[in-house]
Each structure stands twice: as C-alpha cells, then as structure tokens.
Design a protein around this ligand. Structure first.
Ligand code: CA
Length: 702
C-alpha cells in the first residue's frame, strides 16, 4: 500500500527541520488504532510497533522485487562501542533510540541529524551487579514524552522536544539486591509499565505501573511470593504461595523478573506480562524440588488500570534451567479449527512454540520449534503441561550434572520475533544452546555483584579441539513458523547463535542482522535471500521500517553484545566482528557510502613470563570463573567487547591489583575490593598469564 499524503506529518517534519519542533500527541486512541490507521503506517509508535507487538510494517515501497537496490541513507555512530539492543521508535519524522548504559538519542529520521541526546549517567562500575551487559532495549513514547528504563533501576520521563528530564522515579525495592532495567517501557492507558532484571543474583520479580504525566506509582504486581512473615500482598500472592516449598525461595528472592516482554490487547483490555526464571536456578535449593513455583516462566494477564490478575499460563513448571518466558508475546487473530480466534503466541527459551487463547489463557497448541530440545518430550495436549524427561534434565534429585538442551541462552531469547498477517508466519531468530548444569555447590546467601545460581558456573574447554566441539553446539537459524499448523515452513541456518531480531513487512520481506556482521533481507514466503550488506559489528537488535514524506526506510541497530558474546566469548569470538556501534538506515537507491568494514585481527599476545605454580593457576581459574567470566568470557576467552584479558599489556599487569580494586570503575570495571584478597587477585593474574601463553602457542601453531 501507498502511504497517503499527510499534511500534518509534512508540516510537522518541516517544523522539525527548522528546529522549532512540536511534540506529536500519541495517546491511547492513536496507539490502539495503529494497525488500522493509515496515517500511522509510516510510524513505529511503540516497542513492537503495535500493542500486539507483531513487528509487522504495512509499508511495501521496498519489496521483494526491488530490495536489492537498498543503499545507505544515513548512519549514526553511538558514543560507546557497546551493545545496542534497542528497537527505535519513529514518531512523525523523529527517531528515538538508545545505546549502552541507557543513553537516549533523538534523530531526524530522514538524515540522522542529532536533535538531542540524554545521558542518565549510569555509574560505569555498576556492570558487575547486572546480568548480560550494559544493554537497553529502547524507549516508549506518549503524549509528548519519551520514557527510558535506566540500568540502575530508575525510570525517567523526558520532554520529547528537548530531551529535558520531566520526572525520574526509583523502581528498585531493595538496593542491597541486584535490580537492573534493560527492557523498554510500554505505555498503556496513561500508565508506564516497567519490570526489572536480576534473577541470576537473587531478587524477587515485580512489575510496576506509573502515571505517565507525573511518575506517581499506580500499582505493583509481584510475580512470586515474598517473606511469609510480612504477609501476602494480595489473594493472588496467597494463591501462588501454595506452589512453593521450603523457606529458602523468599530468602533468595525466588526470581520471576519481568525484564522484557509486555504486550496489550485494547479490545480485551488485558496486559500480558512475560515472567522470568527461578532464583536459584537449582530447583532443590529453591523449592525442595517441589511445586510449580508460580508465576515463574509464565505469561500472566492483568488489568492495566489496576494490575489485577486475570489469568496465567506457565510454560515451564518448576523451572530449573533459566527457561524464562520473557520472550516477546505477539497478539494476533489466527484461524483455529476454521474459526478466527484471538491468540497470544510466544517462543520462550524452553524451545516450545505456544498458542494460547488471548481472553482466557486457555492452551490451544504447542510444538517444539527448537532444533534440539531435551528437557521435555512434548506438551500434553489435554493438560497443556510439559512431558518432562527426568533422565535428560533432572540434575537436582541425585545431584548429577546434566548437559541439557536448550541451555540458559534458550532456543530463543529476547531478540524479537515478528509475525506477518500476510503470510501467516512467525519469523523466529532461533538459537541452539546447551548448558552443563552441575549442582555440586554449597548454598550461600545472595551477595551484591556475584551471580548465585545454585549450580556451578560452567568452565568451557581451554583447548582448540574442545572448543571446536563446543562451537558446533551453539548454532542458530532464522525460522519461518506456521503457528496454526505448528510447524516450520522454511529456515536459514546460521553457523552461530544470537542473531538479531526480525522485522516482517508488507513487501513480502523479512529483515534480520547476523552475529557475523551482516544485515539481510529474505523473501517472507520462501526464505530466499534477496539482499545483504556487511557491517563491522554483530547485530542483536530487531530492525524497523518507517516512512517520512513517502520515502520508506529500514533501520538496523548494530552493536555486538549481550549475554552470549560477553559470557560465551569462547564461541562468540569466532564471529571476528569488532566493537563498532551504529544505527544504519537504508532506502532504495541510497547513495551514502558505508563506513569501512572491519574484522577482528588476532595477533599473538605478548604475555609476561610464567612464574606462578600450577596451584596458583588452578585457584585463579576458579576465582576467574565466579567473579570475572560473566563479562570477560568463560575460560578467559573474550569476544573483545569487554577487554580480552589474554592481551593485557605490561602496564596493566603492573596495575592489576588496583584495577580489580576499582581504579578503572569509570570505564566499566566494577570494584571487587572487599571480596578478593591480594593473593586471590594475584592468582587470577597468574591464570591470565597462563591463558595468554595458551593463546600465543595456538596462534603460532606450537
Ligand atoms: Ca535468566
């Protein structure tokens, strides 16, 4: 379809271009009508474009016949070459996006000119208190304000014209715990909805709604029960407490953080919340290995005015594998048994694709979309419950380590999927991942800045042959899934996991970026690759399409990072991409030159002599695994987004004790002062010297 000429939009764009911009009014009616309102066809007003988060653009000027003519319209370089997970918004010619550490940017959507930026000044040393990198997945827009969830737990409202702060609230209920925000807020009926992350460290999950104009708290919905001595906050909490056992879950926090997925159906007036994994991961430590542990790994529907519970569906009862249901939730109308039915769809980490009734949560169907899924044999069609395979996945009853598929990265993570009403297909950025769950570890109290999983942090092989085997496990694919027939229609294999989110368009196209530094377009009906362009960094974010003055654009946020590349550097470094964070915007016949494409060059490191003994190296290896690996990579193999410590130079070796104690916290290195003795730190350094010699020998072929 053609975007109709819209005088108001053009006038607004001219005003913006002249610098006297007006903030457009985006309200409940406009957001609810995005799917049918032709005037908004060129806009991307909320995180998943529509409240149902289909990530489908009705624009078709760029289509399967001409997509090979895409060229760069403009590009924008971020201040920091760190992870970019944001889905940009486009509101009447202005593009709003975020970079690492929750920095917000407003750009002219036609040429990338910076209109304003906002830095919430997150303390860089905070890094160690959160899982999964300094990520932010974007802003919300409502009635002339832009909303950002800040990494340290603030929720802030900015004037959309100027970027000036209108209000700021602290969403964190306990600063002794590791609450963070990486997700994009959503605004529903004048309320800003936000959840937190932190389940790997021991927190209690909740979702909070704030008045969009004032920041006043409207309601809070806890996803798991808290300290029983303090009483249940509601009948819902009393109900879910019956599914938990022992006295440890609330001490640890229980988990259930809602750090990513929210969608809304205006007709049913239901807000859908995607709830995260258990804390501890270890089910025996958390709940004596008993009970469903609601609302872990569930989709929960609540009323957006009050936060009152309506229904839930639990994808993984008694989660023990970090199987969050925080993956995006798509609302759509599908032909079920020959009749149109409004459903919610999710492809959570656990590897099954779910279709549920949107009004009631009733189970409709679920099948394995994951290429390797071992924890359950299927989903019982009568009960909607998984057919668990204890042989494959129960590591807690007998304290037996198990290799389970998917691993904690899931068969799909937050990288958003899309749905095309035209093809009826869902486009899933699938992962293949595995995890060695080893429960042989002592219980300990949660402490700020250290993950507390109740399983051992895995050690990856340190030799090349072992790593080659490991890399074979962590693959991916773009998968076109028919949600009615519950089967794959086509797929495109990728050599590595953690490829970017997807966008479907009316031009019969699917767009996706890759871990190996490419942005691509495929035919939505057949999967044929129609266009690709190299970029320097890996892509994790979901692309968008928008139009201004009749010109259609496709925008890719590019910036490698997130849990997989920083923790699993041993695999991710093989992508050979470099840190280079940019927003690339393409249009037909775009003539702007692409920035030069770079790839990581592995030259042998020049480490100091090995002087420490084997005991020191072994002790250092263990300490590195529990304190350093989450950012600098398991077995000290880094994809070099956060420095690869095998390449530490002589000066850094001399300063090593000071760096670990906080001298580089302004650059993002958290202070570990109280936790590690002088000897501990020296042992970690000895381990790094050993790993540098290993790499040098490997690269020199010795
Ligand atoms: Ca998790």
């Amino acid at each position: 379809m053609k975007t109709p000429f819209n005088l108001a939009t053009v006038t607004l764009s001219l005003l913006l271009a002249s610098g006297t911009c007006l903030a457009a009014k985006v309200d409940a009616r406009r957001l609810a009508a995005v799917e049918t309102n032709a005037a908004d066809a060129g806009n991307w007003l909320s995180h998943g474009r529509t409240y149902g988060e289909q990530r489908y653009s009705p624009l078709d000027k760029i289509n399967d016949h001409n997509v090979d003519k895409l060229g760069l319209a403009w590009q924008f370089k971020y201040d920091l070459d760190r992870v970019v997970e944001a889905t940009p918004l486009v509101v009447d010619g202005v593009l709003y996006t975020t970079g690492a550490y929750s920095m917000v940017y407003a750009l002219d959507a036609t040429n990338g000119k910076l209109l304003w930026k906002y830095d919430p000044k997150v303390w860089r040393g905070i890094q160690g208190t959160g899982c999964c990198d300094a990520a932010n997945r974007g802003v919300a827009y409502w009635n002339g304000k832009v909303y950002v969830g800040v990494y340290d737990g603030r929720l802030e409202a900015l004037d959309a014209k100027t970027g000036k702060k209108a209000w700021s609230v602290d969403t964190v209920i306990d600063h002794d715990r590791n609450y963070t925000i990486s997700g994009a807020p959503r605004v529903v009926k004048g309320k800003v909805i936000i959840g937190n992350g932190g389940a790997e460290f021991g927190v209690r999950g909740y979702v909070t709604a704030y008045d969009a104009e004032t920041g006043k708290q409207a309601w809070r919905f806890f996803t798991v029960p808290g300290d029983p001595a303090k009483g249940d906050e509601s009948d819902t909490i009393a109900m879910i407490r019956k599914t938990w056992f022992g006295d440890q879950y609330w001490v640890q926090g229980g988990g259930g953080t809602a750090w990513n997925a929210f969608s809304y159906d205006p007709e049913l007036d239901l807000l859908y919340i995607g709830v995260g994994n258990g804390s501890y991961w270890n089910y025996r430590m958390r709940s004596e290995g008993k009970g469903d542990n609601l609302f872990l790994s569930s989709i929960v529907a609540v009323k957006p005015d009050t936060g009152k519970y309506v229904w839930h569906y639990q994808t993984t009862p008694g989660d023990a594998w970090d199987y969050t249901a925080t993956q995006d939730i798509i609302v759509a109308t599908l032909p079920i048994d020959g009749k149109p039915r409004k459903v919610v769809m999710q492809a959570p980490k656990n590897g099954f694709f779910y279709v549920l009734d949107a009004a009631t949560g009733q189970f409709i169907s679920a099948e394995k979309f994951g290429s390797i899924v071992t924890w359950a044999k299927g989903i019982d069609k009568a009960t909607g419950r998984p057919i668990f395979d204890p042989e494959a996945a129960d590591y807690w009853t007998k304290n037996e380590p198990k290799l389970v598929f998917p691993g904690s990265q899931g068969a799909h993570n937050w990288h958003p999927m899309s749905f095309s009403p035209k093809t009826g297909l869902v486009y899933i950025p699938q992962h293949v991942s595995a995890e060695h769950f080893n429960p042989n570890i002592e219980r300990r109290a949660p402490s700020k800045g250290t993950p507390n999983l109740g399983v051992q942090i895995p050690i990856v092989p340190e030799d090349k042959a072992g790593l080659d085997e490991l890399a074979k496990l962590f693959t991916g694919k773009l998968q076109a899934w028919d949600p009615v027939q519950q089967k794959e229609i086509w797929s495109v294999p990728y050599p590595m996991m953690s490829n970017g989110g997807t966008l479907a368009t009316a031009g019969n196209l699917v767009f996706q970026g890759t871990t190996h530094g490419q942005v691509r377009a495929y035919a939505a009906d057949t999967g044929k690759q129609l266009w690709a362009t190299d970029v320097s960094s890996g892509v994790v974010a979901g692309p968008i399409s928008y139009s201004v003055k009749g010109e259609q654009y496709v925008a890719f946020n590019v910036g490698w990072g997130g849990a997989f590349p920083i923790t699993f550097g041993a695999v991710a470094e093989r992508a050979r991409v470099v840190p280079d964070s940019r927003l690339y915007v393409f249009k037909l016949d775009g003539k702007t030159p692409m920035p030069p494409v770079r790839r990581r060059d592995m030259t042998p490191p020049k480490p100091p002599e090995m002087t420490a003994g084997n005991d020191a190296v072994q002790a250092g290896s263990k300490l590195f695994g529990s304190h350093c690996a989450a950012c600098h990579g398991l077995s000290a193999i880094s994809a070099n987004i956060i420095p690869d410590l095998r390449y530490l130079n002589q000066d850094k070796h001399v300063q090593f004790q000071d760096i670990v104690r906080g001298s580089h916290s302004h650059l993002g290195m958290p202070p570990f002062g109280g936790k590690l003795s002088l000897e501990d730190v020296e042992n970690i350094r000895a381990y790094l010297v050993k790993r540098a010699h290993d790499l040098k020998a490997e690269l020199l072929g010795q």
